[in-house]
Write a protein of this length. Structure first.
Length: 146
């Protein structure tokens, strides 16, 4: 199976969710251990294997988000409007953090970031979470344009 950027984002969300539940001491070691675990699963289940640019694409997002958590959470808190970031579901928090990071630190068009985030939260969480993620990331996109 061929991996895509969508698959790389799925890997990144899996890593970010795991890191949120058990914060790593060393980001590089954490990422390496994720790839080792994924490789052992790939052998058994024939999943897409992380290689080259897509592996780097996922790693860039994970390392970027984890090294900028305070900054990203500072952006998210006012956008949540009367909602505490710690009350969000783990997946929703990971998707929002990655979405904000991508908008602020990459050249990926904001509508693409929002669409990918909606698809990810729909896949990993609940269809009801789409509205939350869409609204928050849309507010951030509009605020960063202003």
């Amino acid at each position: 199976m061929t991996a895509t950027r969508r698959q790389a984002r799925e890997w990144a969300i899996q890593m970010l969710t795991a890191a949120d539940l058990n914060p790593p001491e060393d980001i590089g070691t954490f990422i390496a251990s994720y790839w080792e675990e994924l490789a052992s699963l790939d052998e058994d289940e024939g999943r897409a294997v992380a290689k080259g640019k897509l592996k780097g694409f996922a790693e860039e997002r994970v390392a970027g988000v984890l090294s900028s958590l305070a900054e990203i959470d500072g952006v998210l808190k006012p956008l949540l409007e009367h909602w505490d970031i710690d009350r969000l579901g783990t997946v929703e928090r990971a998707v929002l953090r990655m979405g904000v990071w991508e908008m602020d630190h990459t050249e990926v068009p904001k509508p693409v970031v929002i669409n990918e985030a909606i698809d990810l939260v729909n896949w990993f969480s609940s269809p009801k979470s789409r509205t939350l993620v869409n609204g928050i990331l849309d507010r951030h996109a509009k605020a960063s344009r202003a």
